[in-house]
Design a protein around this ligand. Structure first.
Ligand code: OTD
Ligand code: ZN
Ligand code: ZN
Length: 350
């Protein structure tokens, strides 16, 4: 890594958690990711979800088909765990190198998670196989019990589900995705188990006030929902700590504006347009730019057991205004990016 007041050169990063969607929006949302990141762990929450080897391979091809020729980009596919899945799909999908990880969605915890897991005990046999073959288990860590306050669901998950799970399957390799609380920072940071966590740009920038500033602001609604300020500060300390258990995962989750701004708006923030710039801003504000490369480009590959990327990317200090929207082709359909209309200080050469 090379650092000067005007320029940062770092090993090309990977995005360890992203939603690339499908169909008519795939093309628009995947290119910004592929311009910066060498690899990305692609979430399987399509409709219907990716639950077979064949559908994962076909989805990967659809992604690769829309990547411009000059870009080197590898989608890393994931398997959506359901209660009716066979252990065979895990064994075979792992042996054939189709899946880089399995994804656990508690049923109804987030977008397109209704086919997820209603009770963790129903997939113990699958988890046994996941542990046995050494596939990382990626977890959306929230309980779904509506009696639990939405701001407490991540902390409740650790206590009620995650900690008992790790004690039962101590060799599991787990990524607690998109952590949002001090509780998760402490749990993951101090764990004796093989557990890491991804941290998104948006949870480093906003707290829950962002959703209610001057009115209801659906652009800042995502799951897990942003929490209180002290949680955000804990996430900033974790991301910039230099601890290998915390690494980059954008959770960029685009929805058309029309689906966000409605009586029952979708959860998700599209940050792929400026994710690396957004992280760089945080690391600079925390006086930790020297730790950006490890977070963005090294701790992820180390956890996944994959090689570091060879290429470098360069960020230059060039304050610029983020566009207010990204249109789908020439249509009026659009997606509002994270930081819309704001100034970001660093710009990555693309
Ligand atoms: N959170 N939206 C989505 C996924 C994530 O839980 C997540 O990973 C989505 O739209 O797919 C969101 O708010
Ligand atoms: Zn999630
Ligand atoms: Zn996600």
């Amino acid at each position: 890594m090379n650092l000067s007041p005007e320029k940062i050169t770092l090993r090309q990063p990977d995005d360890w958690h992203v939603h690339l969607r499908d169909g008519n929006i795939l093309n628009t949302v995947v290119v910004p990711t592929a311009r910066i990141f060498r690899r990305a762990v692609v979430m399987p929450n399509l409709q219907p979800p990716i639950t077979t080897i064949q559908t994962a391979i076909a989805y990967k091809e659809r992604i690769l088909n829309v990547i411009p020729k000059e870009l080197d980009f590898t989608p890393l596919m994931t398997l959506y765990l359901t209660e009716t899945l066979s252990r065979e799909v895990i064994r075979k999908g792992f042996a054939e190198g189709v899946f880089v990880a399995a994804k656990l969605y508690p049923a109804n915890s987030t977008t397109n998670s209704k086919d997820g897991v209603t009770d963790i005990r129903n997939i113990y046999s699958l988890i046994e196989t996941i542990e046995e073959v050494g596939l990382p288990l990626l977890i959306h860590g929230e309980v779904t019990n509506q009696d639990v306050d939405i701001f407490d669901r991540e902390a409740a998950f650790i206590e009620q589900i995650l900690d008992p799970l790790l004690h039962r399957f101590p060799a599991l390799r787990v990524v607690l995705e998109h952590i949002t609380t001090e509780d998760s920072v402490e749990y993951v940071g101090n764990s004796k188990f093989n557990i890491a966590a991804t941290i998104t740009p948006h949870h480093l920038h906003i707290n829950r006030n962002a959703m209610f500033e001057g009115g209801i602001r659906s652009d800042f609604y995502c799951l897990p929902v942003a929490k209180r300020e002290y949680h955000r500060l804990a996430l900033r300390r974790a991301a910039t700590s230099g601890k290998p258990c915390f690494f980059l995962g954008t959770d960029s989750a685009p929805h058309l504006r029309a689906f966000k701004e409605t009586s029952c708006g979708c959860a998700g923030i599209f940050n792929a347009l400026n994710a690396i710039e957004s992280y760089a801003q945080v690391f600079e504000e925390e006086d930790a730019l020297d730790r950006l490369e490890a977070f963005s480009s090294e701790f992820g590959p180390i956890f996944y057991g994959l090689p570091f990327n060879e290429k470098k990317i360069t960020l230059i200090r060039k304050p610029h205004r983020v566009p207010s929207s990204l249109h789908l082709g020439k249509t009026s359909e659009h997606i509002v990016p994270f930081h819309a209309g704001e100034i970001l200080n660093w710009l990555c050469e693309r």
